[in-house]
Design a protein around this ligand. Sequence first.
Ligand code: DAK
Length: 256
Amino acid sequence: MEYRILKIHIADRIAVVTISRPAALNALNSDFFNELNHFLDDLEPREDVKVLVITGEGKAFVAGADIAEMVHMNSEEGFNFSTKGQRTFDRLEQFGIPVIAAVNGYALGGGCELAMACDFRIASKLAKFGQPEMNLGMIPGYAATQRLSRLTGLGNALYLILTADTITADDALRIGLVQKVTEPEMLMEEVMKLATKIAGNGSQAVPTSKRIIRAGIAMNFQDASELEAVEFGKQFNHEATKEGMKAFLEKRKPDW
Ligand code: DAK
């Protein structure tokens, strides 16, 4: 597929996807969802890629769903657009490798929801976050009503969605919406450092941890702990686990 919106760079076990529609502040349209799904189809079976990074080109990460496309939709098209977006974001959340949002600028509406569907959010000091849908007379549609409260607590989710206020990266850090804030010029360096660190950790242990943490949050504590025990046991079938323990005992770095 020829990508018109996504720029893709894969090296050293890390895939970086840059959303590139800067003239529209990278607003999410149908073509974006088609391209991202196509890319995820290609990436899914690859064993050489351990971490996915998503960022935006220009002054926005993503300024929301594409209002210019949405304004012309009838109810059936709106339903299809909604379904496609929700499935894509769920897919990212469940994707087999960790996904990092490198939030370089505006992350508003669907853009904030995209960042929240990723596993971590590292933000430039210039980033701004918000769910401004109320200003358009609508509610969030890509799960902000659910993910924002899980990430930041009920009060913060109610505040951000009901006021439609935009907050700074430092405030996003304070409420737990992002994990780290960097100087703008250091953003990609910090993100690549984090991605490299994760990519170098025991290869099956990273995706397994992600899967269990995400599955466990929807379970009661006892069932989730049982799931952990089952998965913990399965690891002993993996050479990587044996190698990690052997390397510790032999006082050397593991050879993964
Ligand atoms: N969609 C389309 N175009 C957008 C856009 C967007 N979300 N945001 C910005 N643009 C376009 C602008 O129209 C402008 O285009 P031209 O006029 O140059 O052709 C260009 O990007 C530059 O924007 P500005 O001139 O406005 O730039 P400023 O620096 O002055 O302002 C801004 C930056 C981010 C503060 C401002 O652009 C802004 O307020 N943008 C809209 C932000 C917003 O309201 N985002 C939320 C969108 S609603 C659903 C699922 C999801 C959703 C809805 C339903 N279902 C499941 C049903 C999600 C909804 C949303 O995300």
